[in-house]
Design a protein around this ligand. Structure first.
Ligand SMILES: [Zn+2]
Length: 343
């Protein structure tokens, strides 16, 4: 416990950048710059305490860790006028630069944490990334920020064993597909199921050498903080401990919040805080505190304000005293059913 008390707020990093607001689509689109304005409002009082990490543009060579040269070439040649990359994902004149910035911020944050410059941190970037596949944009995502950041850690030998926990309400198909043959990257996802994008059944467990390094926890609609924290305690915590990572990365979506317009879950700020506290405690225990949290989805003002604050609070040094609050989830019948699928 004493070592935790020596951690300072300045050891926590945060990426925020006005340029993330320049990726804009049609009026009324849920993935819009206001999402970041809501998060900023939620974390206003905490933001000044932590260390600002500067975002940077990702280079082509970094994007190609995950995406094909053909896909990147296609994006570079797109006309600047607003158009769609798929039925949900828009493209404007700034999109390539902003998408590069989201990747670059993920790389900067994770590299700084892996190398010990800072202990842990958050990147509030957009567009999100976890649906983006090698060859295509999908579900508001252009480049797969977290997959590229994890690949960068592997290739630079900054980390060998990496856990990616994805608690966005949607399954991170792009991230799973990139790592499902890799035994050194454990991809774990909680998501509403069946639901967009359709993947993420419990039977998808990785293949070849990566068999067992994919863990999907599909959840029925209307799950709340009890079910989420319960899944983190009973499934995710033992899986991460067994894997023994060097660093934990999180795909943090706030779209499991009860107020989200796109999904049907009932999660709360207490749930987000509890989930983050559990992951943070595992990072403290197993990997010297190394934890990087990257924004994915979340489309209601309330969820973004409250969720952003809850997640940042949970990684601040003082929150270590709040860990016991997450220790008492009773296994109700709904949770029992969810847990039963993952065995
Ligand atoms: Zn989502």
């Amino acid at each position: 416990m004493e070592i935790f008390q020596m951690i300072k707020e300045r050891d926590i990093g945060i990426v925020l950048d006005e340029r993330f607001k320049l990726h804009k689509g049609p009026t009324g689109h849920p993935e819009n710059p206001n999402r970041l304005i809501e998060i900023e409002a939620g974390i206003k009082e905490l933001q000044g305490k932590v260390t600002a990490i500067e975002a940077r543009l990702a280079q082509d060579s970094e994007i190609l860790f995950v995406h094909s040269p053909n896909y990147l070439k296609k994006l570079k040649e797109l006309p600047a006028n607003s158009l769609k990359l798929d039925q949900d994902t828009y493209w404007c004149k700034n999109s390539l630069q902003v998408a590069r910035l989201a990747v670059g911020s993920a790389i900067e944050l994770t590299q700084k944490i892996a190398e010990g410059d800072i202990r842990s941190g958050l990147s509030f970037s957009r567009p999100p990334g976890h649906h983006a596949e090698e060859e295509k944009a999908m579900g508001f995502c252009i480049f797969n920020n977290i997959a590229i950041a994890a690949e960068n850690l592997h290739r630079s030998k900054a980390a060998e064993r990496i856990v990616i926990v994805d608690w966005d309400v949607h399954h991170g198909n792009g991230t799973q597909h990139h790592f499902e043959g890799d035994p050194n990257t454990l991809y774990i996802s909680t998501h509403q199921f069946p639901f967009y994008p359709g993947t993420g059944s419990a039977s998808e467990k990785g293949f070849g050498k990566g068999e067992g390094a994919t863990l999907n926890v599909p959840m029925p609609p209307n799950c709340g903080e009890k079910e989420y924290i319960g899944v983190f305690q009973h499934v995710i915590e033992p899986a991460i401990r067994k894997f023994a990572p060097d660093i934990i990365l999180a795909s943090c979506g706030f779209d499991s919040h009860f107020s989200d317009p796109l999904a049907q879950m009932e999660n709360t700020a207490t749930g987000f805080k509890g989930m983050t506290l559990i992951i943070r405690a595992l990072a403290d225990e197993l990997c010297g505190g190394r934890l990087a949290i990257l924004l994915e989805g979340g489309y209601s003002a309330k969820a973004l304000q409250e969720g952003g604050k809850a997640v940042l609070e949970a990684i601040l040094p003082a929150s270590v005293d709040q860990l016991p609050e997450t220790q008492a989830v009773e296994v109700n019948s709904r949770l029992e059913k969810i847990l039963g699928q993952t065995n």
